[in-house]
Design a protein around this ligand. Structure first.
Ligand SMILES: C[S@@+](CC[C@H](N)C(=O)[O-])C[C@H]1O[C@@H](n2cnc3c(N)ncnc32)[C@H](O)[C@@H]1O
Length: 407
């Protein structure tokens, strides 16, 4: 790498401990998915539901690490001749692991770049339709410069998926980082720090904030040494509140499209507040303030995943007939059964894997809508199909000519 547009300590860390640790051979048995990179979801939030991904679609995975997002996006775009993915990272070791994963899958649509996010304006790559930059900006010295560099290679109608650490949810992490910093003052290298860290982790009392948050934070258990280093011994790590995140994004001339955590309910005040009066008052606040309150109430947002774009109006609209409605990840297959079981009564569709439960009273066409909602047909096509079905069910209509009264 020719430039020094990155923090050396951060690069050294990821050369020694690529993150997340992945074994290329595992590609033969499973595909890691990064759920905010499902094309359906990207389409819904970032392209008004109008992108069928058959045209040019250029993707940048910035700080792609060992390749989770790169592989998942490239796999989904495998059969689009006009799509391509660029994977960029400062860690050669991480790039190598990601490249070997792609080889196992025989993915030929990825370009590998060893470089920094800050090099992007001069690298002559892009411009991109979609940029994924997950868990990277908060490890940069000047993350506003980082986001601006990403923006400079984003198409005017493009969008990004970002992830920044959540400040309140990681309270225990920062207390432990501080403790380890003081304990490790004399430790000369990462290996020595790791030894101390494991001793500390083993001796934490139940009252410790990190210990208390172990049910929501598990990298140190799941990813071994690499997880411990990434979580507790990071050379550069800055978390964000919802408010700080909006300031950063808007300060770079971008819009926050939506904050999502496997659905939007996590960031909605109505998910938590039951009192009608308080809810009414709070619901009148701007969306940003409501989301900031949700963060304070929930307390467990360890990361913030969100889409940003140059344009403000990128989300699909329900009254847009071109929209292709879809179930996100896990179709609740029993909806038709539930509607049939309680005709005219309220139906509660339980959350399957990720979404919050939804309750509604079926209208005259609800059953038909669910029947044809398959993620492939547009609302227009679904309505036309329902019209055709309904015609059949009431028998053949007389034609206008048949109904003419003879004079
Ligand atoms: C926590 S890992 C996340 C990897 C990947 N995005 C994921 O979520 O699986 C952070 C990655 O950002 C990379 N990184 C840090 N600073 C960078 C910079 N200035 N430019 C490019 N990559 C950077 C690191 O090398 C590391 O691979």
């Amino acid at each position: 790498m020719e430039t020094a547009n990155y923090l050396k300590a951060v690069r050294d860390q990821y050369e020694a401990f690529p993150y997340p640790p992945r074994n290329p051979a595992d590609e033969k048995v499973r595909l890691e998915n990064s759920w905010h990179d499902f094309l359906e979801l990207i389409n819904f939030y970032c392209f008004k539901g109008r992108n069928n991904f058959s045209q040019e679609f250029l993707v940048l995975v910035a700080g792609g690490g060992t390749g989770d997002q790169t592989i998942f996006l490239a796999e989904q775009l495998r059969y689009n001749r006009h799509a391509a993915v660029v994977h960029l990272d400062i860690s050669e070791k991480s790039n190598e692991i990601a490249r070997r994963r792609a080889e196992v899958r025989k993915l030929a649509n990825i370009t590998w770049v060893h470089g920094s996010v800050l090099d992007l304006p001069s690298l002559k790559l892009g411009p991109f339709d979609y940029i994924n930059c997950v868990g990277v900006l908060h490890h940069m010295g000047d993350l506003k410069a980082g986001l601006q560099a990403l923006r400079s290679v984003l198409k005017d109608d493009g969008a990004m998926s970002l992830m920044l650490y959540g400040k309140y949810g990681r309270t225990g992490v920062y207390q432990l980082q501080e403790l380890l910093h003081r304990i490790n003052l004399d430790a000369t290298d990462l290996q020595a720090k790791l030894v101390n860290t494991k001793i500390v982790l083993d001796s934490l009392p139940k009252t410790n904030w990190f210990k208390r948050s172990e049910d929501i934070i598990g990298d140190h258990n799941e990813f071994g040494d690499a997880g411990i280093v990434d979580l507790l011994l990071h050379a550069q790590d800055r978390p964000f509140t919802v408010d700080e995140l909006y300031d950063l994004v808007e300060g770079c001339g971008l819009h926050v499209i939506e904050l999502i955590e496997r659905g939007r309910s996590k960031y909605k005040v109505e998910s938590y507040i039951r009192d009608k009066q308080i809810l009414e008052r709070v619901s009148a606040l701007p969306r940003r303030q409501q989301q900031a309150l949700a963060e304070l109430i929930a307390g467990d947002m360890i990361v913030h995943n969100f889409y940003v774009a140059r344009q403000a109006d990128t989300v699909a609209l329900l009254d847009d007939l071109r929209n292709v409605p879809f179930y996100f990840l896990d179709p609740p297959r029993n909806v038709l059964e539930l509607i049939d079981r309680n005709p005219g009564r309220s139906v509660k569709v339980e959350s399957t894997l990720y979404a919050a439960p939804v309750e509604f009273v079926p209208g005259p066409y609800t059953r038909d809508l669910f029947k044809y909602l398959d993620g492939e047909h547009s609302l227009k096509e679904i309505f036309e199909q329902i019209r055709r079905d309904r015609h059949r069910s009431v028998g053949k209509f007389r034609t206008l000519a048949e109904m003419q009264i003879p004079v």
